[in-house]
Design a protein around this ligand. Sequence first.
Ligand SMILES: [Mg+2]
Length: 246
Amino acid sequence: MKYRIALFDLDDTLTESKQPVSDEMVTHFTNLLAVMPVAIVSGAKFEQQLNQFINHLPKDANFKNLYSFPQSAAQCLAFDGNSWVEQYTFAMTEVETTKIINALNSVLEETKILEGQPSYGERIENRGAQVTLSALGQEAPVDLKHAFDPDGAKRKDLKSRLDLLLPEYEVSIGGGTSIDITKKGINKTYSIKWLSEKLSVPISEMVYIGDALFAGGNDAVVIQTGIQTMETKGPKETMEIIDSLI
Ligand SMILES: [Mg+2]
């Protein structure tokens, strides 16, 4: 085996965006879990990772090899044989999240980027260690999301304004229509450094698989750690990548 630890993005990598994992993917992923530590790193909350992915794995899967990094790695959970145990969290106080939410509302008002846009469910969600803007709402249909900001220009504008208002926080362009805000220095790179230390495996022997490793994509931030990366077009290609890792 060329790599000793594999990390995966979730949406459009292991599953379609916010959709439950396919049975076929479960089989491939379970095989990988049998042979090496594997991590899921995404902007979603832990509950969302559970519902969308982890709860679909077979009961006898090798859960001791599985690490969950929800909220852009602002949190980590691992399974101790009985239950999921939080390894760390960079939870924010209510004062912090209120400041972030106010900043989001003010840049949305300033830019009018969402004027006339429908909202499917909540637009701004406080996930505890991360505040997320989902421009068209949490439940927006996939085709509308794809059409909203295909080149990321709208969110780049929002990010540059938010960086000025929130210099002490990390503002990341997420998948689809989202912007994720965490404590400074907390983004997907944190999961790589943490796992490397925890399992005493050099980053050069780890691999990250994601659909948005291109410049400006929400996986591209991992490249600065020196980790080897593999880009996927979606779950189908990811299954082939998984087989190549075993
Ligand atoms: Mg993705």
